[in-house]
Design a protein around this ligand. Structure first.
Ligand SMILES: C[S@@+](CC[C@H](N)C(=O)[O-])C[C@H]1O[C@@H](n2cnc3c(N)ncnc32)[C@H](O)[C@@H]1O
Ligand SMILES: [Zn+2]
Ligand SMILES: [Zn+2]
Ligand SMILES: [Zn+2]
Ligand SMILES: [Zn+2]
Length: 619
């Protein structure tokens, strides 16, 4: 849980610290009421198990606090050396199996990463105009430096994709914070970064509005046109639609055109924004190419973007995915979600009058296949929805509507408005880097150190040790809350965990008591009777598998002898002076180690998303 005193069942903040009820077993989970605690019992078993301080000793069978885990497998616990010795004859088989598995996996990962490197492959072949994990406040002062922190902050976002985490962080910054905050945003894909810069530029710039003003003249009444400048918060609702909707009103269309013209005509981003945004000229010129292409395409006739989108949505896989999604989300949202699939408009139905233009900023050419040089088209995958990029629970707490379109439009607009107001203070600065994230050091201003380094799920494509080694020297050592975050979305495909889940689900009949419990918890037959994912992931413990994966990932790139020597979790987690926050005890402070699924089914997570936070080990 990423807010202080947040209820593990309903996400509400317990009104006073004393009103919260702790789980007596793990001491980590907390609840706003006995009711929440009771209803979370079945689901919480998994987290309670991994977070528990009390363990059973494999030597003497007693349950105690403070047992030490077996350094080899981390799956057995002991009071002391004696108990360990006693258990060894029966334990050794399992222990060796686990160690062998980790070695084998690290060999496999080595090969995979070598292959990716040799083929120069970065991520999957698409543009990330919309993120596929919920937006997160990466600063979160309340859980980190404290709300009264009064030093400048600096954030590095590698593989930033869209700017949702940035605006989300700005939105939540305490009013009292009056220091400079710098975001260094990196992406390898020119189209993605061009769009991110454009969205932030809208918020920076605001707009001019022309209003007819009656000037009372003593001799003859005159009507003249007067231009007013209004801030970025006034364009927030337009930006929401430009970000997500397939069609735009004529007014929003003209807004995009005029901002793009300013960007392509500028001599530099720095000059255009009076120092608020800056970027090396070479990188800037490559974004100008993207903006120019959009301008060229803006006058193209016919519904060519809609047609390209429709093609993506008619494949069998896409259809199946949509059907499943519509069954698994809360019933009341089904109609609006179907509307989204059919029309691609986030604008609620009742507000759609004249959407005369296609949103040409939704087109691009991906980096992976064409290095951004191919013809522009609509490339967003059918499974990536606006509802994935923003945490449903957060959105719902802000405003509940039956229509997801209304709910998300209003929520995103609210976040954009608040962040535009922060931009208007002049204290927020941006630095954009168009390059491979592993080559960032060359472009980061000398001496700049970061309080947060987020790396998206780059760890799925680049060996973890390389990432940690590259960014550790960039951490701000004077701030003990400085952290590197690594996300893992694909780890499960590299291990046998996914297959295990599938097989388990396959052999579990509808009437199974486990499925009945899931049904009680979710009140949704599609989830409870599903073939895998969701319920199965949420209600089963995958932490052991994930730790094995991490241990293997940390051994990639290491010399062979080190790979066999560095075995204990502790010495592995301690990578070069960095140590992972204990995600099993819910000690992440920026990104949730894993998301609770059942309360945010609209967010369409698969349950295997994990984040690990690396901090400097305090001596
Ligand atoms: C790793 S992708 C995955 C999507 C991500 N989970 C999200 O929600 O945005 C995120 C971004 O990283 C970018 N990316 C991929 N490989 C990169 C690299 N080596 N250096 C910098 N950016 C990279 C992609 O272009 C994309 O915009
Ligand atoms: Zn609650
Ligand atoms: Zn517990
Ligand atoms: Zn013992
Ligand atoms: Zn062991």
């Amino acid at each position: 849980m990423l807010k202080r005193d947040q209820c593990w069942r309903c996400d509400a903040i317990c009104s006073t610290p004393t009103s919260k009820i702790l789980c007596s077993r793990c001491g980590v989970a907390c609840y706003c009421s006995d009711k929440c605690k009771g209803s979370d019992e079945f689901r919480h078993q998994v987290d309670c198990q991994t977070a528990a301080l009390k363990r059973k000793c494999s030597g003497c069978n007693q349950e105690k606090i403070g047992l030490k885990s077996c350094g080899g497998c981390r799956e057995a616990w002991y009071c002391d050396k004696e108990c360990q010795k006693k258990a060894w004859p029966t334990h050794k088989h399992l222990c060796r199996q686990v160690i062998a598995k980790i070695s084998e996996l690290s060999e496999r990962l080595n090969d995979i990463f070598d292959f990716k490197k040799s083929t120069n492959s970065h991520g999957v072949g698409t543009v990330y105009y919309w993120g596929n994990t919920p937006a997160t406040d990466v600063i979160n002062l309340s859980l980190n430096e404290g709300c009264d922190y009064s030093k400048p902050l600096s954030v590095l976002a590698c593989g930033v994709g869209d700017p949702r985490n940035i605006v989300r962080s700005l939105c939540d910054l305490p009013e009292a914070y009056k220091e400079e905050i710098t975001f260094t945003l990196n992406d390898i894909c020119a189209c993605t970064l061009a769009r991110t810069v454009l969205i932030l530029y809208f918020l920076y710039k605001g707009k001019y509005v022309d209003l007819p003003t009656v000037v009372l003249n003593m001799r003859h009444g005159n009507i003249s046109i007067c231009s007013f400048f209004v801030g970025g918060e006034e364009v927030a609702s337009s930006v929401t639609q430009i970000w997500y909707s397939l069609r735009l009103s004529d007014m929003d269309y003209r807004l995009v055109i005029s901002r793009l013209q300013e960007l392509v005509e500028a001599s530099s981003l720095e000059e255009l924004t009076e120092g608020t945004m800056n970027m090396n000229q070479g990188h800037f010129q490559r974004l100008v190419e993207v903006w120019r292409t959009w301008l060229d395409l803006s006058s193209r006739q016919g519904d060519w973007i809609t047609e390209a989108r429709n093609k993506r949505f008619t494949s069998f896989d896409a259809q199946e995915g949509m059907d499943l999604y519509l069954k698994e989300i809360p019933k009341k949202h089904k109609e609006s979600a179907s509307d989204w699939f059919a029309n691609g408009l986030l604008l609620p139905k009742e507000s759609r009058k004249e959407l005369s233009r296609e949103n040409f900023t939704l087109t691009g050419s991906d980096f992976q296949l064409s290095r951004n040089r191919g013809a522009f088209s609509y490339l967003i995958q059918s499974s990536v929805l606006p509802f994935v990029g923003w945490d449903y629970n957060e959105v719902r707490q802000w405003g509940q509507f039956v229509s997801l379109l209304k709910m998300y439009s209003e929520y995103v607009t609210h976040v954009l408005k608040k962040s535009a107001l922060k931009l208007a203070t002049g204290l927020v600065k941006f630095h954009f880097l168009l390059c491979n994230c592993m080559e960032i050091v060359r472009f980061v201003p000398q001496g700049r150190r970061f309080d947060r380094v987020t790396t998206s799920n780059i760890a799925d494509f680049v060996p973890l040790p390389s990432i940690l080694d590259a960014y550790k020297p960039l951490l701000n050592l004077r701030n003990p809350s400085s952290v590197i975050v690594t996300e893992f979305l694909n780890w499960v495909m590299l291990t046998d965990a996914r297959e295990e889940v599938r097989v388990r689900a396959h052999f579990m009949p509808k009437g199974d008591s486990f499925r009945q419990k899931v049904l009680e918890d979710t009140k949704n037959t599609a989830v409870a009777y599903s073939r895998a994912f969701q319920s199965f992931v949420e209600y089963h413990d995958h932490s052991g598998r994930f730790i094995q994966f991490l241990r293997a990932a940390l051994l990639v790139n290491k010399p062979q002898d080190e790979r066999t020597r560095r075995r204990t979790w502790k010495s592995v987690a301690d990578h070069n002076g960095l140590i992972a926050r204990d995600f099993l005890r819910c000690q992440n402070r920026v990104f949730p180690a894993k998301w609770m699924l059942n309360c945010r089914r609209v967010s369409l997570l698969n349950g295997f998303e994990r984040a690990v936070e690396w901090v400097i080990q305090q001596s």
